[in-house]
Design a protein around this ligand. Structure first.
Ligand SMILES: Nc1nc2c(ncn2[C@@H]2O[C@H](COP(=O)(O)OP(=O)(O)OP(=O)(O)O)[C@@H](O)[C@H]2O)c(=O)[nH]1
Ligand SMILES: [Mg+2]
Length: 374
């Protein structure tokens, strides 16, 4: 999923590191460079030159014949002063102060790469500002520059994804103990993947031993009820439906009543796709929520939707969102917008839709993202 972002980001980071440390772009891999001896033998071991043997002490300068230090001792001293730890040696040889203007230009290019890959502007700006603070005017080697940029990016990504988790299984278990079905309702933009991922979640919960019923709450789009019916038959999960054009709130209400009567654990309710431009459909959604009080509202968002993701998240939050499914994670696109949604609406990503099959639903794990992002 982050294939493209990862590639562009790595290129940009390399470029910033090369630019700010004024180094020729490297043709060697980082591993090769890291293991390569950085301090040359000549610098540490060279016999002292005439210049070297001259003392910096003005008194000695006045009478060089009185200098008692032998060239060999001098060599030892030089060795001690220059080499020290490997770290300080690296500093002597390869570091110079990073120029703030050069850094600004290089970071602007990095920010453009982030923006082009749909990372939200606030996040891109924050990342670059933090990198600037850590690097401007500092003496840092090229490797450290790279590490600092990577670290800062990862830290910001982690912060933007961290959120109070939504434990669906715990909610189902608690409701079960109170002899209540759990109502999980799916909301989202047209074509985001609500119906498909609802069916996948039904399959997933059934495989965990929970009984489910579908509620055909999309009474608006032609063929929507039939689409869910096909999933219902394939997965052998019952479905409650009314006619097209009927009240969606009433369908979901009936499905919940059915679940209570039949001791079914989970009601998975579909709803019609809507655009955030469509006020009436959004008002209808709020009414469905008011009537049915779902235990969990899942917002389904296409991870490929670009910067619109955040706007979708904000609008659907008006109806109440508890968790997010990012669908179409398998489609290799820019991906950056997916990083901003949790921070924008304060709700966690619970699953990733990773394909069109029933098994293509993966529990979301921040560590997977952290491993794949850079
Ligand atoms: N590759 C891929 N395709 C998906 C995924 N989830 C859904 N789709 C496809 O996206 C298309 C739309 O999915 P639906 O589930 O019908 O979307 P919806 O939100 O219910 O659409 P409306 O009811 O029209 O608003 C279908 O072709 C799905 O197969 C996914 O995770 N990966
Ligand atoms: Mg649908």
């Amino acid at each position: 999923m982050f294939g493209r972002l990862k590639k562009k980001l790595n290129e940009a980071i390399q470029k910033v590191s090369d630019t700010v440390t004024d180094t020729e772009p490297s043709t060697k891999s980082d591993r090769e460079l890291e293991t390569e001896p950085i301090i040359s033998d000549t610098l540490v071991d060279a016999e002292p030159t005439t210049e070297d043997t001259k003392s910096e002490n003005p008194e000695e300068l006045n009478d060089s014949a009185t200098a008692t230090e032998k060239p060999k001792d001098k060599k030892q001293k030089t060795k001690k002063t220059i080499s020290g730890t490997l770290k300080s040696a690296v500093k002597v040889v390869s570091e110079k102060k990073i120029d703030a203007d050069v850094l600004d230009d290089a970071l602007w290019e990095l920010e453009l790469v982030l923006l082009e890959n749909n990372v939200a502007s606030e996040m891109s700006e924050a990342i670059c500002a933090e990198i600037k603070e850590r690097l401007a005017g500092k003496s840092v080697s090229r490797f450290e520059v790279k590490n600092i940029i990577e670290e800062t990016f990862k830290k910001n990504v982690r912060e933007s994804l961290e959120c109070e988790p939504l434990d669906i299984y715990n909610i189902i278990e608690k409701n079960k103990a109170g002899k209540k079905p759990t109502l999980i309702m799916f909301l989202g933009f047209n074509g985001a993947g609500k119906t498909t991922n609802l069916a996948k979640l039904g399959h997933h919960l059934k495989s965990k031993g929970y009984s489910c019923v579908f509620a055909a709450g999309d009474t608006f789009r032609a063929a929507a009820i039939h689409q869910l019916e096909v999933h219902s038959e394939t997965l052998k999960i019952p479905m409650i439906k009314h006619d097209y054009g009927s009240d969606a709130a009433a369908v979901i209400f009936d499905a919940t009543k059915h679940a209570k009567a039949k001791d079914i654990d989970v009601v998975l309710a579909d709803t019609a796709g809507r655009t955030h431009m469509n006020k009436n459909l959004l008002e209808e959604l709020k009414k469905i929520v008011k009537v049915n009080r779902p235990d969990i509202n899942i917002l389904v968002v296409e991870s490929i939707a670009g910067n619109d993701i955040v706007e979708q998240g904000r609008v659907f939050s008006e109806a109440g969102v508890d968790g997010i499914i990012l669908s179409k994670w398998d489609v290799d696109q820019k991906g950056g917008a997916a990083l901003s949604l949790t921070k924008a609406i304060g709700k966690p990503i619970v699953f990733l839709g990773t394909g069109q099959g029933y098994k293509d639903l993966k529990e979301f794990n921040i560590e997977d993202v952290m491993e794949n992002i850079i």
